[in-house]
Design a protein around this ligand. Structure first.
Ligand code: SF4
Length: 331
C-alpha cells in the first residue's frame, strides 16, 4: 500500500487562518518590513511558480506531498529535521508502513521505533516521536491535534514542525520558516537579517488565502532549488524583480546569515559524542552488546571513562537498558 495515498485523512480546512485564541497566534501585518501589498504579491508569485511545477509542485517526488494524513506529515517533518531528503524518503516509507498511525507507534516499544529509524541519525527524534504518539493517543484520542497549541505541546515538536503540520496536513493558511524559507524571507522580502518573530509575521502575511499548502511547499522549494546557500540562481527566480538583495546585486553581507530559521551548520561529527551515541544505537539495532564490546562498538576502545559517561546518559534518557550482567539492549 502506498503510504502517501492512504485513505481516510481528516477533512482539510482549506484557507483557515490561525486566530488569536486557543490554537492560534496573532498575524499582524508585516508593514514594518515591507508594504503589505508587496508582501502579498510576493506570496502570490511564489505560489504561481510552485504550482507550475510537475504535478503541481516543484518536488512532486516527495511521498508525503501526496497525503494530508497528519500523522504521516508529522513523521515526515520530524524525519526531515537535520537529515537529507534522499535518506528520509526510504525511511519514511518504511516507518509509515510499520507504524501507519499514532496508536501503532505508541503501542510499540521504543526499541522497535528506534529500529525503524535506522539510517536517519539523531535518534532522540525517534524517541520524541514515540512519546508524541503516546500523547496523541492519551490526550487526543489517537488523532493528531489540528491546533498550534496542541501541536506545540507534543514532545519534539517546535515552531516549524507545528506550523508545517498545520499547513501541509490541515491546509491552514499559516507560513513555515525553516532554513530554506528563512533564506528567501531575509534576502528577497526583508533585504536584511530578521528575527524569528519578524519572520513568522512576514511569512504568515505572505500566504494567499486558501493556498497554505501550496505556498509553504513552494517557498521551501524555492529556497532549496533556486535561492541556495552559496549561489542563488537569481536569473531563474520568480522573485528577481521584487527581491531586495538582488536589487543590491547581491552586494554586502548575505541577509540570510544569522537570520531566523537559517541553519548555521552542524557541529563537527567525527569524534563527537553524537557519533559515539549513533554507533552504539546502531550496534544495538543488530543485537545486545556485552560490556567487553561497548568501547569497540562506540569507537573509543581506549577511553572507558568517556564510554561509561555516554552509556549512562543514554540509560538515563531511556534509550538504552542495561541488565545485571552489564549487557546493553534497546528498550
Ligand atoms: S532573486 Fe536571487 S537572492 Fe533573491 S530570492 Fe531569488 S534567488 Fe534568492
Amino acid at each position: 500500500m502506498d503510504p502517501g495515498r492512504r485513505a481516510g485523512p481528516p477533512a482539510p480546512v482549506r484557507g483557515r487562518r490561525l486566530g488569536l485564541s486557543g490554537a492560534g497566534v496573532p498575524t499582524p501585518p508585516a508593514g514594518a518590513i515591507r508594504d503589505p501589498r508587496q508582501v502579498r504579491a510576493i506570496g502570490s508569485a511564489i505560489v504561481r511558480w510552485g504550482a507550475a511545477g510537475d504535478g503541481g509542485s516543484r518536488r512532486p517526488d516527495l511521498p508525503w506531498r501526496s497525503t494530508r494524513d497528519p500523522w504521516a506529515v508529522l513523521v515526515s517533518e520530524v524525519m526531515a529535521q537535520q537529515t537529507q531528503l534522499a535518506r528520509v524518503v526510504p525511511a519514511y516509507r518504511r516507518f509509515i508502513a510499520r507504524f501507519p498511525d499514532p496508536s501503532a507507534c505508541a503501542s510499540a516499544g521504543l526499541g522497535d521505533v528506534l529500529r525503524a529509524w535506522e539510517g536517519l541519525g539523531y535518534n532522540r527524534r525517534a524517541q520524541n516521536l514515540h512519546r508524541a504518539a503516546g500523547v496523541i493517543v492519551e490526550t487526543h484520542g489517537g488523532t493528531v491535534p489540528d491546533g498550534l497549541s496542541g501541536l506545540l505541546a507534543l514532545p519534539g515538536v517546535g515552531a516549524y514542525t507545528a506550523r508545517a503540520v498545520l499547513a501541509f496536513a490541515f491546509e491552514a493558511d499559516v507560513g513555515v520558516v525553516d532554513t530554506n524559507a528563512g533564506r528567501v524571507l531575509s534576502r528577497a522580502v526583508a533585504g536584511r537579517r530578521i528575527r524569528p518573530d519578524e519572520a513568522q509575521r512576514l511569512v504568515d502575511a505572505m500566504v494567499p488565502t486558501g493556498s497554505g499548502w501550496m505556498f509553504g511547499q513552494s517557498l521551501l522549494d524555492l529556497g532549496a532549488l533556486v535561492c541556495g546557500v552559496d549561489r542563488p540562481r537569481c536569473e531563474e527566480c520568480p522573485l528577481r524583480r521584487r527581491c531586495r538583495w538582488a536589487a543590491m546585486r547581491l552586494s554586502g553581507p548575505d541577509p540570510a546569515q544569522g537570520s531566523a530559521g537559517v541553519s548555521t551548520g552542524q557541529s563537527r561529527f567525527a569524534g563527537s559524542d553524537r557519533q559515539g551515541r549513533g554507533r552504539l544505537v546502531d550496534a544495538l539495532r543488530r543485537g545486545a552488546v556485552g560490556p567487553d564490546r561497548v568501547g569497540e562498538e562506540v569507537g573509543w576502545p581506549d577511553d572507558p571513562v568517556r564510554v561509561e559517561r555516554m552509556v549512562s546518559v543514554l540509560i538515563d534518557e531511556g534509550m538504552v537498558v542495561r541488565d545485571a550482567a552489564g549487557v546493553l539492549r534497546l528498550p
